[in-house]
Design a protein around this ligand. Structure first.
Ligand code: PEP
Length: 254
């Protein structure tokens, strides 16, 4: 964490719960994080639950996001959800390129690039997820893999667009496994990614870019992760489904 950058702690609720559950969780998160001045907080429910959560979060500093969006603007794309739809129901953030989308829906870097452009075009803040699989880490290809993902996803952006992107380093082997990257492993990749962004968009954009860590973040490991100079927050899956554990992560500085 670097005082120049405002941390973001975002909860990815994935395909859990229903509208009543989501509204209750959002209410509790807003209540328990109300005193958090040191960071931005966002929650990302599944698409149909967004309006229920938006009603609860109205007037609260907790931001609302979605977990995916269509790369298309509008039209005959059954089952897809556009950036404009998300924006119209109160979303400010959207996750793009999550490893579960890449794995289960075969999303590639080029599609991720189109989604990033679409999100930015609608004024949404994309949270661009990158990360290596275990076999890639074991083969010593972690940095090469995340660099490729970032280069392709951010291709064609100007500095203004790039500066609105939030990066999330999420090693695939750490997601939902209870196995967290060590702070040293996270910092190595975060520092490297900032260098990649510096090479693409210059010093100012790189220094301002928030790079979140994601992968089994819990109340008992957030402090050590946030102590790393290039870790600017967290993307939290499992632990964000419980208001108490998520708020303890948000309130890591207390
Ligand atoms: C995620 O899905 O983005 C994630 C980080 O999940 P978990 O915290 O459960 O590993």
């Amino acid at each position: 964490m670097n005082p120049k950058r405002r941390p973001l702690i975002a909860g990815n609720w994935k395909m859990h719960g229903d509208a009543a559950w989501a509204a209750a969780l959002a209410r509790e998160v807003a209540h328990r994080t109300a005193r958090a001045r040191h960071c931005d907080v966002a929650v990302m429910p599944a698409f149909p639950l967004i309006p229920a959560v938006a009603r609860v979060l109205e007037g609260s500093p907790v931001a609302l996001g979605a977990q995916d969006l269509s790369p298309e603007e509008e039209g005959a794309f059954t089952g897809d959800v556009s950036a404009r739809m998300l924006q119209s129901v109160g979303c400010t953030h959207v996750v793009v390129g999550h490893s579960e989308r890449r794995e289960h829906h075969l999303e590639g870097d080029d599609l991720v690039r189109r989604k990033i452009a679409r999100a930015l075009g609608a004024g949404l803040i994309p949270i661009l997820c990158v990360g290596e699989r275990l076999a890639e880490r074991e083969a010593g290809r972690t940095l090469e893999r995340v660099e490729t993902q970032v280069r392709i996803a951010m291709q064609g952006l100007d500095e203004a667009g790039a500066s609105r992107v939030v990066l999330a380093y999420e090693p695939v082997w750490a997601i939902g496994t209870g196995r967290t990257a060590t702070p040293a492993q996270a910092e190595e990749v975060h520092e490297f990614l900032r260098g990649v962004v510096r090479g693409l968009f210059g010093y100012e954009v790189a220094e301002g870019m928030r790079i979140l860590y994601g992968g089994s973040v819990k109340p008992d490991n957030i402090r050590d992760l946030m102590a790393c100079p290039d870790v600017d927050g967290a993307l939290v899956g499992g632990a964000s489904l419980d208001a108490e554990s998520f708020s303890r992560i948000v309130n890591f500085a207390e």
